[in-house]
Write a new protein. Structure first.
Ligand code: ATP
Ligand code: MG
Length: 246
């Protein structure tokens, strides 16, 4: 299980989750994109209309039929576990459980029977769901804008993970990189060279990525030769290696 994570909103978690999910499915892995954000941005971007599926209750109860909620997407071989409005209150529902991690792990075990890879898109913030997900994920992937504030929130996330003494590896990558901005260029070069949490690949600021909201298909599907798609393929290569999928 790969989980996107970030304290900061609007950094490219959802855009990354759908593109990596499309690439994974393209290699023949049975892939599930799990949308845990009530904004339903991942569900939307793979061409599925958000519908009420009682998503929060299904997760919190660890229901046996969770895999039945999965829908086909417009991307061949890719399924999505859609988000709905009930996810707005999932943190409250989770915190009322005596063993929230155990419930979540039951849900994940059920999905693991049907899929080789689950990619989870999460809402921004260090939420109760995130607190429990980090105990179960095989890799946390954190998009980071090349700005001092974004780097600070990455530090906070690493501290949050460290405090919970889970062994989940954290990998970050620069997102929304605008090479025309000198300050971004410098931060990007410095951190990528010195901070081992950063992967080699960075995702540029790209209109091809922005268009996903209207096209409702991943960039790697609609614009495979765009720079952004080449970078997503490189990112997938690094992530797949960390997950021992290659
Ligand atoms: N590399 C990029 N270049 C240009 N626009 C981007 C890029 N990545 C994301 N965006 C745009 O920025 C906005 C936020 O992106 P996205 O939804 O992927 O971020 P997020 O971290 O999931 O946000 P949230 O925290 O709200 O869930 C979207 O409108 C998206 O189209
Ligand atoms: Mg998002």
């Amino acid at each position: 299980m790969l989980a996107l994570a970030s304290m900061k909103g609007g950094v490219g978690k959802t855009s990354t989750s759908v593109n990596l999910a499309a690439l994974a499915a393209g290699t023949g892995l049975r892939t599930l994109l799990w949308d845990l954000d009530p904004q339903a941005g991942a569900t939307w971007r793979v061409g599925v209309d958000p519908e009420p599926v009682n998503a929060a209750r299904t997760v919190v109860r660890g229901r046996r039929d969770v895999a039945r909620l999965a829908r086909h997407t417009r991307v061949p071989g890719l399924a999505v576990l859609p988000a709905d409005d009930t996810l707005r209150s999932i943190d409250i529902a989770m915190s009322e459980k005596r063993h929230p991690a155990r419930v979540l792990s039951k849900t994940i075990d059920r999905l693991a029977d049907a899929y080789d890879l689950v990619i989870v898109d999460t809402p921004p913030g260090l939420t109760v769901v995130m607190e429990n997900l980090i105990e179960l994920a095989d890799l946390l992937l954190v998009p980071v804008e090349p700005t001092p504030l974004a780097l600070r929130t990455l530090g906070q996330l690493q501290h949050f993970v460290g405090e919970r003494s889970t062994n989940v590896p954290v990998a970050a990558f620069f997102s929304l990189l605008d090479e025309r901005k000198v300050a971004q260029r410098h931060l990007h070069a410095e951190y990528r060279a010195t901070d081992p949490v950063f992967l080699t690949t960075s995702i540029p600021h790209s209109t091809a990525i922005e268009r996903m909201g209207a096209e409702r298909l991943p960039t790697v599907v609609t614009s495979p030769s765009a720079l952004a798609s080449r970078r997503y393929r490189a990112l997938w290569g690094e992530v797949a290696e960390r997950l021992d999928l290659v």
